[in-house]
Design a protein around this ligand. Structure first.
Ligand code: SF4
Ligand code: SF4
Length: 451
């Protein structure tokens, strides 16, 4: 039942409801009769004094502001993401990029320098507190090691007094020398892919020689843990490994100290296309059990689209001028569209090297900027709308094609997990009412692909 356009009554059990008003920043449980009475009060049809008082206390009256932002004008990014290479030292069975299946491409120092110069110039002009340099996707960035280290040294030299924050996403199969460098230089942290129990990890994340990679990744995590380094772990779950998820989470949290653990069902893309679907009811059940184990270690698991505490019209940076460079130096907004060969490159690529840095295709960029959730009719009326913000745009293209977004099985997972987060927060707030303190922020690096 949707009491008003932004106050939702979500059925629980025994005629109880979870009342959620995301834009008013409150949630509480209520019986059916109270929901009906509240509905009358908030729609201005009058009502019992005590219900009016409750509505006032819960701040349900009045018109909240919509959390909508949209960039305009020529893009002026202060962070660059470098897709250093499509080469990889692993052959993961679910790799969205099918890395290693086609000839590898490598970025040159000139391409990296141009991007770095551009964002440092923008950061200086705009008085930004720092310039960002990120290493990501398509392959394993650390495989193009010389460029990774030399480009960051260049950025720091070039930035002078301006702070540079550097981060990377990688597969965790690094040498000790590389680990030393990461701890010393990647001050924005590292996101590692690790699937938990060694048998779960090794089945899907073999090295190029076909041997398991869990020993190597655990060595990296131990080194990071010992150094007190800031790192996150991404767990990808295939259909047959759903039952292992709770033990995998316990395995990770009892041995290592990641700041954050993200869990995503494997997407049926790249090498995983056509494989068994993991976006199922079983996933939700296993995730709930995994979450209760994580809570014993003081952790709340992360699922990219369930973000109670965050109100936004953007799922990721695709709608916010994400500035990512392919190995050839062209500008993409999407971590998945790391190459001009991507089937949706025409949607996500919006610039190329040009005078003064880059020439931007403003029509393409404005189309991306206009992909905010407020423009998705299917998401209207969804109680998770301003938390999820429409989910991954690349995935919706891959599943729905280029037509109107028509939802996916992830919508059900997202809503169930948003509901769980709300109930947890109500319980933690004393059991009566939860008020939003905007405590969690979305991941700056990525929304959640199989990596
Ligand atoms: S979340 Fe989806 S749309 Fe956004 S950058 Fe990642 S793959 Fe692209
Ligand atoms: S309809 Fe689906 S994609 Fe849209 S906001 Fe709701 S859960 Fe997210």
């Amino acid at each position: 039942m949707n009491a008003t356009s932004d106050i939702f009554a979500i059925p629980l059990e025994d005629e109880a409801y979870l009342v959620y008003a995301p834009l008013h920043g409150v949630a509480f449980a209520a019986k059916k009769g109270l929901v009906a009475a509240l509905s009358e009060v908030v729609s201005g049809e009058g009502g019992d004094e005590s219900v009016v008082a409750l509505a006032r206390e819960a701040i349900l009256l009045g018109q909240p502001r919509l959390p909508i932002t949209q960039k305009r004008g020529s893009p002026s990014p202060t962070e660059v993401t470098l897709f250093l290479t499509t080469a990889c030292n692993l052959r993961c069975t679910y790799c969205y990029a099918s890395a290693g299946d086609s000839p590898a491409t490598y970025m040159t120092m000139d391409v990296a320098k141009r991007g770095i110069d551009f964002v440092i110039g923008n950061a200086r002009r705009e008085g930004a507190p720092f310039a960002g340099v990120n290493y990501h996707g398509g392959g394993e960035p650390s495989v193009h090691w010389n460029l990774m280290t030399e480009s960051l040294a260049y950025a720091r030299k070039r930035a002078g007094d301006l702070k540079v924050i550097a981060a990377a996403a990688g597969n965790g199969v690094f040498t000790d020398r590389q680990i030393d460098w990461m701890i010393a230089n990647l001050n924005g942290g590292m996101s590692l892919s690790f699937d938990g129990l060694p048998e779960a990890h090794d089945k899907h994340r073999p090295t190029i020689r076909g041997t398991g990679s869990s020993d190597r990744v655990m060595h990296t995590m131990s080194r990071f843990t010992d150094a007190g380094y800031h790192y996150a772990v991404r767990v990808t779950v295939t259909a047959e490994q759903i039952p292992l998820l709770p033990d995998s989470i316990e395995f990770i949290l009892s041995r290592f100290t990641p700041m954050r653990v993200q869990v995503e069902p494997a997407y049926q893309l790249g090498r995983h296309e056509g494989r068994a679907d993991a976006e199922t009811e079983e996933f939700i059940t296993a995730y709930r059990e995994a979450q209760s184990r994580a809570a014993r270690f003081g952790h709340e698991l992360v699922y990219s689209a369930a973000r109670v505490g965050t109100l936004t019209n953007h799922f990721c940076g695709v709608t916010q001028d994400n500035f990512c460079l392919s190995p050839s130096g062209n500008v993409s907004a999407c971590f998945e569209a790391f190459s001009e060969e991507n089937p949706f490159a025409d949607v996500f690529f919006y610039g190329s090297p040009g005078p003064g840095g880059y020439t931007f295709d403003m029509d393409a960029l404005d189309r991306l900027r206009g992909l905010g959730v407020e423009h998705r009719p299917f998401c209207n009326g969804c109680f998770a709308k301003w938390n999820c913000a429409g989910d991954c745009y690349h995935k919706s293209l891959a599943t729905n094609g280029r037509g109107e977004f028509a939802g996916s099985q992830r919508c059900h997972i997202t809503r169930e997990l948003v509901k769980d987060q709300l109930l947890t927060r109500i319980a933690e707030s004393g059991g009566l009412i939860w008020r939003d303190g905007q405590e969690r922020k979305p991941c700056a690096i990525h929304g959640g692909k199989n990596e």
